[in-house]
Design a protein around this ligand. Sequence first.
Ligand code: NAD
Ligand code: WQD
Length: 340
Amino acid sequence: MSKILVTGGTGYIGSHTVVELHNAGYEVVIVDNLSNSNIKILTQLHAITGKWFDFNEIDLRDENAVKEFAAAQTDVTGIIHFAASKAVGESVQQPLKYYKNNFYGLINLLTSFNRKIDFVFSSSCTVYGQPDSLPVTEAAPVKKAESPYGNTKQVAEEILAETAAVTPELNVIALRYFNPVGAHETALIGELPNGVPANLVPFITQSAIGKRGPITVYGNDYDTPDGSAIRDYIHVVDLAKAHVAAIKKLEQKETSSNYDVFNIGTGKGSSVLEIISAFESVNGEKLDYNLGPRRAGDIVQIYGDVTKSNEELGWKASLDINEMMRSAWEWEKYIKANPF
Ligand code: NAD
Ligand code: WQD
């Protein structure tokens, strides 16, 4: 049973991935500094899996702490690196916070685990900006980032590619996620947004439960069938499973190169208005929403070509937007009844 280090393992995507790694028979060790997650997630993970995971409260910016941890964890064969700061708007206000957290963490991990290691990195479709053609493939050019956050993902990919090129024992896959939404089917884990959610689906669920006012649809005059912007929403459990597939792929050592990139989405675009309407119909809830102006920095539409991940990772998303909206709503209701 291989042992996988999950950084950011008490966070949104990390916690779902811990469950899927466990289900696939992996041993898991978690590192998180709890800067954007709650220690109670460990209890939730125990309720889902029956397992108390090895949790280490470490800040990845602390080089000595990471070195010490790596030296003690000699049996770790793979790392899934989620830990990062991720709020696009905040990154514009506090660029140094983002450059420090997202780069120091990555660099400290790579220097401390300087041995034979499989490494899966959380990248983002944000690296494509507004692609020239859709669906966007991994071969599309990386566009100049719109935010320091987006820039950290682009540069982190370069750091990994350049390091892998001169480090044969480092075996890397960067996963470019599209828009992760939804929650675990048990409703015991899900997204815990900090403050007013900037992202669409947590805003919808918080508005529906009465925690926020009406939803504003940012733009209804885009050149899309209904005028609202289009994204490739992916269920967080499908996304978590993609990480297991990536670790398996790295373990098989089939690739000629030791650095590769995969799109992780459904391949299907949904508009903001379609998401609102799916939420309403699947949950039998009426949403209060207004049509507002476009949001600065937003792209019109993006959805991924997922042929490469389907064929080479043997992974395919299976949950549709109805299941995304159903599970997101169950989680919001759970959190209201059981506040963290
Ligand atoms: P999250 O904030 O829920 O999880 C990140 C976790 O990392 C948190 O638990 C946080 O406490 C921890 N962390 C942050 N800095 C740390 C540090 N210095 N040391 C130790 N732990 C630290 O975010 P998420 O949505 O689960 O995202 C996970 C990863 O996926 C991030 O790298 C994010 O940039 C990337 N990503 C997210 C999305 C999205 O829309 N959620 C899309 C594309 C990529
Ligand atoms: C989705 C759509 C909004 C809120 C961001 C990051 C990206 C990635 C995922 C990490 C857009 C519209 C939203 C609202 C709305 N994260 N919207 N009303 O902007 O695609 O991507 O999260 O890597 O880097 O930029 O996601 O959920 O914010 O927005 O109409 O109240 O919903 O305009 O069209 P986005 P989102």
